[in-house]
Design a protein around this ligand. Structure first.
Ligand SMILES: [Zn+2]
Length: 124
């Protein structure tokens, strides 16, 4: 192994660096490794959070949770897809109903301006 303090090559079983005398295993553990592990963990947690925003449930799965709300995280995601699709469908349907109503009252007034009674009762 290489000494993290001075970079000198040492025997793998050596406890102290032959060049600078630093304790090899301790020196190796204190530098780089914990910081790198923390950094990797931070990056992984960020990915998990972003995943959970775009694909609710998948982020939990990515982070290692086996169950969310008592069910598998992938099922949470599937449930989310089903509910949001259904809501979008309902809203889309409502939008079509309102569009049809607007067209109807517009057409009714058009018919009235032509001198015919139309369908919606109105008096002056
Ligand atoms: Zn050294």
């Amino acid at each position: 192994m290489f000494c993290r303090k001075c970079g000198a090559k040492n025997d793998d079983n050596a406890t102290f660096c032959s060049s600078c005398g630093a304790k090899l295993h301790e020196a190796n553990q204190q530098t780089a490794n914990p910081d790198l592990a923390t950094l990797v963990e931070k990056k992984k947690s960020l990915i998990a959070v972003i995943l959970n925003f775009f694909f609710p449930g998948i982020g939990y799965w990515y982070w290692g949770y086996k169950k969310v709300l008592g069910i598998h995280p992938a099922l949470v995601f599937i449930g989310w897809i089903v509910v949001t699709s259904f809501c979008s469908y309902l809203l889309y349907g409502l939008g079509l109903v309102f569009l049809a109503l607007s067209l109807f009252v517009a057409y009714d007034l058009y018919v009235k301006t032509e001198g015919k009674p139309g369908w919606i009762e109105a008096s002056k």
